[in-house]
Design a protein around this ligand. Structure first.
Ligand code: NAD
Ligand code: FE2
Length: 370
C-alpha cells in the first residue's frame, strides 16, 4: 500500500544540450532586465563567462571569487556587488560551490545582517530574494533544484548546509555541454555524489513514492553512464545521462534529505581534506551493505540488474578503485576510528538512516570494511 505523501518543487527546469544559450530569452520573458553572472573562476579564465555576457546583454557584471567549498566572506562580497549593481536577477554558472554561493548571496543581498547570523541559524531570512538562474557545470550536487546551500565559515572552519525556501533557483538551465570539460577525477567524484543522493533518498527514513521513482531512474542512468563519462569526457551522450541522473537525484533528495553517507562525509571531508564527492564515496558501498534489507536496497539492486545489494556495493567499490579514489582508512592516514565514528553518529543527518547504529557499531564497521 502507498502511504500518504507530498511533493513540492518550485524550480522551472530547462534540460538539454545548448539550453544555457537561452538565458537571455528566459530572463527577458520573466521581465528581468539587469543581472550579474556569478561563476567559477575557470569560466572567466577560459572565456565562457564573456561569451555568456555577450549573449545576454542584460548582464552588467561578473563575480567569480569563489573557492571550492565557498566561504561566508565570499557570499558577503557577492551580496555587496548585487546591492551595488541593483540587479533584478542573478545567473550562476559552475559546480555546486558556485551555485551554493549564489543561492545564499541572492537572499543576503536583501538583508542588512551578516552571513554568519543565518549560517548559525541565529537569524532566519525574510521571504524575499533575488531570482536565481542556475546553470550547473558538473553532474553531481543537484544544487540547481534543491533549497540547500553548503558553505564554510572561514573563521571557525565549520562547513554546514543551510536550507531555506528562498534558495530554490527560479529556473535551472541544465546543459550537458557545459560538463564536457569536467576533468576525469571531478567527473568521478561528482558522479558518485549524485549516486549517493539517489541511494540516500531511497533508504532515508523520509523516503516516499515519487522520490523513490526519481531516485531509481537516477541510479539507472548513473550506473549506465558514469564509467563512460569518466573514460571519454567528450561523449555528449554519457554526459547527458549523468546530468539527467544528477538532476533526478537532486529532485529526490531535496525532499527526503540525505542520511548516513552524507552525515559521515562532513567529518571525512573536513578532517582528511577530501572533496564532497570523494568523502561521500568513501562510505557509500559500506552503507549499501549495511542498509541492504532495511533500506530496500536489495530489491532495488535487482531492478537495476544486479544479483543483489552486495553485488551493487562491489560494483561501486570497483568504480572507486578504477577512479583512483581513497578507499581505506590507511589511505587517509589511519585516523582514530572511535572519535571519527562519534562525529559521524552525532551529525543530524545520521538520524535519517534506516539502520540505527551506535558509535561502537559504526567504529566496528569502519575497522572491518575500510
Ligand atoms: N546544494 C546542494 O544541494 C549540495 C549537494 C551536494 C553537495 N553540495 C556542495 O557542493 C560543493 C561541491 O560542488 P561540485 O562537486 O559540483 O564541485 P565544485 O563546484 O567545487 O567544482 C569542483 C571543481 O571542478 C571544476 N569545474 C566545475 N565545472 C567544470 C567544468 N565544466 N569544466 C572544468 N572544470 C570544472 C571547478 O573549477 C572546481 O575546481 C561542495 O561544497 C558540496 O558540499 C551542495
Ligand atoms: Fe552530496
Amino acid at each position: 500500500m502507498v502511504n500518504n505523501f507530498a511533493y513540492a518543487m518550485p524550480v522551472k527546469i530547462e534540460f538539454g544540450a545548448g539550453v544555457s544559450k537561452k538565458l537571455f530569452e528566459i530572463t527577458k520573458n520573466a521581465g528581468l532586465m539587469r543581472g550579474i553572472l556569478i561563476c567559477d573562476k575557470m569560466f572567466e579564465a577560459n572565456g565562457t563567462a564573456a561569451q555568456i555576457a555577450k549573449n545576454t546583454p542584460s548582464i552588467c557584471g561578473v563575480y567569480c571569487e569563489i573557492t571550492p567549498n565557498p566561504l561566508l566572506c565570499e557570499v558577503e562580497a557577492a551580496a555587496r556587488l548585487l546591492r551595488e549593481k541593483r540587479v533584478d536577477y542573478v545567473a550562476a554558472l559552475g559546480g555546486g560551490s558556485s551555485l551554493d554561493l549564489a543561492k545564499f548571496a541572492c537572499s543576503l543581498a536583501l538583508s542588512d545582517r551578516p552571513a554568519e547570523e543565518y549560517f548559525y541559524k541565529r537569524a532566519v531570512f525574510a521571504n524575499r530574494h533575488i531570482p536565481l538562474f542556475a546553470m550547473p557545470t558538473t553532474a553531481g550536487t543537484g544544487s540547481e533544484v534543491t533549497p540547500v546551500s553548503v558553505c564554510n565559515d572561514q573563521t571557525t572552519g565549520i562547513k554546514a548546509p543551510l536550507s531555506h525556501p528562498n534558495f530554490y533557483p527560479h529556473t535551472a538551465l541544465i546543459d550537458p555541454e557545459l560538463t564536457l570539460s569536467v576533468p576525469s577525477f571531478v567527473t568521478a567524484t561528482t558522479g558518485l555524489d549524485a549516486m549517493s543522493h539517489a541511494l540516500e533518498a531511497i533508504w532515508s527514513v523520509n523516503h516516499q513514492p515519487i522520490c523513490d521513482a526519481l531516485a531509481a531512474e537516477a541510479l539507472s542512468s548513473i550506473f549506465r553512464h558514469l564509467e563512460q563519462a569518466y573514460d571519454d569526457g567528450g561523449n555528449l551522450e554519457a554526459r547527458t545521462g549523468m546530468s539527467y541522473g544528477a538532476l533526478l537525484a537532486g529532485l529526490a533528495f531535496g525532499q527526503t534529505k540525505t542520511a548516513a553517507v552524507h552525515a559521515c562525509s562532513y567529518p571525512f571531508s573536513s578532517r582528511f581534506h577530501l572533496s564532497h564527492g570523494e568523502a561521500c564515496a568513501f562510505t557509500l558501498d559500506l552503507f549499501v551493505r549495511i542498509n541492504a534489507e532495511a533500506g530496500r536496497i536489495d530489491a532495488l539492486s535487482k531492478k537495476l540488474g544486479f544479483e543483489n545489494a552486495e553485488a551493487m556495493a562491489d560494483r561501486i567499490f570497483r568504480l572507486k578503485k578504477k577512479f583512483g579514489l581513497k578507499t581505506t582508512l590507511a589511505d587517509i592516514g589511519s585516523p582514530d576510528v572511535r572519535s571519527l565514528a562519534e562525529e559521524c553518529v552525532a551529525h543530524p543527518l545520521f538520524q535519517n538512516n534506516p539502520v540505527k547504529l551506535t558509535v561502537e557499531e559504526l567504529a566496528a564497521y569502519f575497522k572491518a570494511f575500510l
